[in-house]
Design a protein around this ligand. Structure first.
Ligand code: PLP
Length: 374
């Protein structure tokens, strides 16, 4: 089976049979546009709201705080573009380890007069002290991801939000705390409400749902957007709702187990093989996601990934995006304090529940063999 050799699940996962079933059943059974007045429109609308209720209930948020979008990139765009409505530009703080869906906003905001401060993440983690020093009375938004997509480092969002709230009180101005939770949803436990996050984004294709569908959580349930269009999703995200994909996303999310022992076993076994054979691990030792294991070897990552690809393995060099935009994943690793050499040799192996432990061990041994031969 092809999926046995697939270890690039942080880039995208294979849609699950349950999600695919939910997609096709919904596509065939709910033909109407949820905004239409007729019976079929009404049925589609009810189905949409039922999916929202189910999703929100597992996420432990209110249905009215959850909006379906075309993916995490669009959810991020809705939040960051909302800043462009401000009467006068202020300041935003973005960690240096954000996915490009967030980091690419630096340039746009700067062009529009905003000051953009970036936070390093020594050892993989954003420092609450550095955040505290960076916030000023002009800060309007802080964006720090929950789980890094290159190393799997889980950020201390609880402390980072508390720092932000403290500064908010000191300056008497609201600061919107946004967290990209794409690599966290269904994979690590978290509570948006108790973390007191203002906005968060999610993506379906990282948890075996359909592609091109995502969600946005907004604590206040509203935001100024540029694309109100037909007023769908309460005007937060206009455009006809992708109901079959929403059904598949919800089904994939509801299928994510609480028990991660299968993933933890694959992760621990694979990590152990690398460690015992002197391969340097870039993923942190603690506070790390068991779905992402990053290593580095003396071989440039494009050489090693090519050799592995030729043998049928699917892995990624640093991050899938860095394969498209050379050097971007390396920049994230360097912001974490890794040397240019370690960053150039980075390989990301990422798991999902269908991953085979035997194949994962074989992959680790194959990497060790190639590195030894060189
Ligand atoms: N944020 C992170 C951390 C990601 O890993 C990804 C996907 O690569 C995205 C955002 C973008 O998600 P989407 O493909 O749903 O737009």
């Amino acid at each position: 089976m092809l999926s046995e050799f697939y270890f690039d699940n942080a880039a995208t996962t294979i849609i699950s049979p349950e999600a695919l079933k939910s997609y096709s059943e919904c596509a065939l059974e709910y033909m109407g546009n949820p905004s239409a007045n007729h019976r079929e429109g009404q049925r589609a609308h009810e189905k949409l709201e039922e999916e929202r209720r189910l999703f929100a209930s597992k996420l432990k948020v209110k249905p009215e705080q959850l909006f379906f979008t075309s993916g995490a990139t669009e959810s991020i765009q809705i939040v960051l573009s909302s800043l462009l409505w401000a009467k006068s530009p202020g300041e935003v703080i973005i960690s240096k380890i954000e996915h490009e869906a967030v980091s690419s906003w630096s340039g746009i905001l700067k062009e529009k007069g905003w000051a953009v401060k970036t936070l390093k993440a020594k050892g993989g983690f954003v420092s609450p002290e550095e955040l505290e020093e960076s916030i000023t009375e002009k800060t309007r938004l802080v964006a720090i991801m929950m789980v890094n997509n290159v190393t799997g480092a889980i950020q201390d969002i609880d402390t980072l939000v508390k720092v932000t709230r403290r500064k908010e009180k000191e300056f008497g101005r609201k600061i919107f705390f946004f967290s990209d939770c794409v690599q966290a949803l269904g994979k690590i436990p978290f509570s948006l409400a108790s973390l007191d996050i203002d906005g968060a984004c999610f993506s379906s294709h990282k948890i075996a749902g359909a592609r091109g569908i995502g969600a946005l959580y907004l604590k206040k349930g509203e935001i100024q957007t540029l694309a109100k269009a037909g007023g769908q999703e309460k005007g937060v995200r206009g455009g006809t709702e992708n109901l079959p994909s929403i059904a598949a996303f919800t089904s994939a999310y509801l299928s994510c187990p609480e028990d991660m022992s299968d993933i933890e076993e694959i992760y621990n076994e694979t990590r152990k093989i690398f460690q015992e054979n002197g391969i340097k691990i870039l993923s942190p030792e603690t506070n790390t996601s068991p779905f992402i294991l990053s290593i580095t070897t003396p071989l440039p990552s494009e050489v090693l990934t090519r050799m592995l690809i030729d043998k049928g393995w699917c892995v990624s060099s640093g991050s899938a995006c860095s394969n498209n935009a050379k050097g971007k994943g390396e920049g994230i690793l360097q912001a974490m304090g890794f040397s240019a050499k370690d960053s150039r040799g980075a390989i990301r192996i990422s798991f999902f529940h269908y991953s085979s432990i035997l194949r994962a061990k074989e992959l680790a041994e194959e990497i060790i063999k190639i590195v030894r031969e060189f």
